[in-house]
Ligand binder design. Sequence first.
Ligand SMILES: Cc1cc2nc3c(=O)[nH]c(=O)nc-3n(C[C@H](O)[C@H](O)[C@H](O)COP(=O)(O)OP(=O)(O)OC[C@H]3O[C@@H](n4cnc5c(N)ncnc54)[C@H](O)[C@@H]3O)c2cc1C
Ligand code: FES
Ligand code: FES
Length: 479
Amino acid sequence: MSGRISFLLNGEPRSIGDVAPTTTVLEYLRGAERACGTKEGCAEGDCGACTVVLGEPAGDSIRYRAINGCIALLPQIDGKLLLTVEGLADGAALHPVQDAMVAADASQCGFCTPGFVMALFAFQHGGEAAHADAVHEALAGNLCRCTGYRPIVAAAERIAGTADQKFAALEPTLGAALAALPRDDLALAHGADRFFAPTSLELLLALRAAYPEAHLLAGGTDLALLVTKEYRALERVIAVTRVPELQRVVSDDTTLTVGAAVTYTDALLAIERHWPSLGLMIRRLGSRQIRNVGTIGGNLANASPIGDMPPALIALGAAVTLRSLTGARELALEDFFIDYRRTALRPDEIVEAVRIPLPRAAELFRTDKVSKRWDQDISAVCGAYRITRAGDRVTDARIAFGGMAATPRRAPLCERALIGRPWAEATIEAAVAALDQDFLPIGDWRASADYRRRVAGNLLRRLWLETARPDIPLAVMAL
Ligand SMILES: Cc1cc2nc3c(=O)[nH]c(=O)nc-3n(C[C@H](O)[C@H](O)[C@H](O)COP(=O)(O)OP(=O)(O)OC[C@H]3O[C@@H](n4cnc5c(N)ncnc54)[C@H](O)[C@@H]3O)c2cc1C
Ligand code: FES
Ligand code: FES
């Protein structure tokens, strides 16, 4: 077990012992390192001013991904390379991403600029083309209040698909330095605070049993906000992200199984292949910075009534595997959510994986989210529908909504109004009327109760229109 956090900061080794485990990467950089290029705007993962890049070994090379330093806890970067804006330029010679920003006049006050530069560094290293969707996706997690986005997009287009010669030359050295970092179980102590990052399932379960009151930590995109927004002390934290069993994406003829600690970024392609609309939903979830660390396991365990994954996974008939030292059990996801932010997870259990049945023939699946903004916004209403038809008749329907009740859940009356009926406008109108009986949504600052009810019904109407009138362009973004 290691009691120190080891990482590389812009290539230089760091080994940190006595630090509060809930110190954020941003606090550490601006405090202990006096590396003030990385800014704090919102401290909740929304603005991107704090964007830094994490490098991790990937085969013979290094994989670079942008994250939000404001909601990353320092122990989460153990074993990794942390790149900040201070590490890009070579003396007076700017990095090509910085050159592109200058050439495109993409900075005014400069507050957001280091965050954009780091997001663009990761974009350049991702090897994506200068396609508008790719640029949009790469930059959706960064806000600029004064320059306007057109020049920043122009900077992204300049560097898309280009090589980074400086970092290509540095790769062997950085790779060797990364490989030399300790990869042990982490057990940090600071005053009364304890932070564990076990590397085996056995140790994770033993720690869970020993500390049932501890907070489990995956990407921290929900949990870290308790620290940065509610100023809560998290005395015991157990990270689940280093356990290989929780990091797998496995598929067979009938099921796709996604480990609870797999990030959205890593799960995306496997999910999108089978369910394009769920893929699109993931591409809209948070920002790339959020998806690079956030996990589906965290989204389920967090049990928010407005999380984006539960409605889709409930409609798809997914099940969660819950594990403790005494063994594993599987639960239909719809039975996992028992009340507002309460799940069926026992104190000694963790979520190990989610198992999703693969699509069958004649199955229509869609999931939709209505929020005030396209990206980086939580749903007002999130709906998901799996409809099976034989000829023009509906033989099965699983419909689930988020934002309509204290938990994400199915719409049984609406489903009943569809099953056995023709897939026709009159059936849809009856199903919309039934949906009104299924839920009594609340009104809040995101949306009024009436808006939620109308939107839910309209989403169902839109699904029908998509199949009945494919000539009408309904999608905001193509699947
Ligand atoms: C800027 C921003 C934008 C966001 N946008 C969206 C959005 O569009 N849609 C959306 O649905 N969510 C959104 N979120 C919320 C969040 O990103 C997701 O809920 C994400 O999936 C949480 O995953 P995580 O790995 O970060 O979880 P964490 O924050 O690490 O954990 C979340 C909860 O799950 C528990 N937990 C984690 N892993 C396990 C496990 N294996 N077993 C048991 N318990 C576990 C933790 O103890 C904690 O209670 C956003 C968050 C931010 C900060
Ligand atoms: S400070 Fe706004 S995303 Fe981190
Ligand atoms: S340049 Fe001022 S906020 Fe972007």
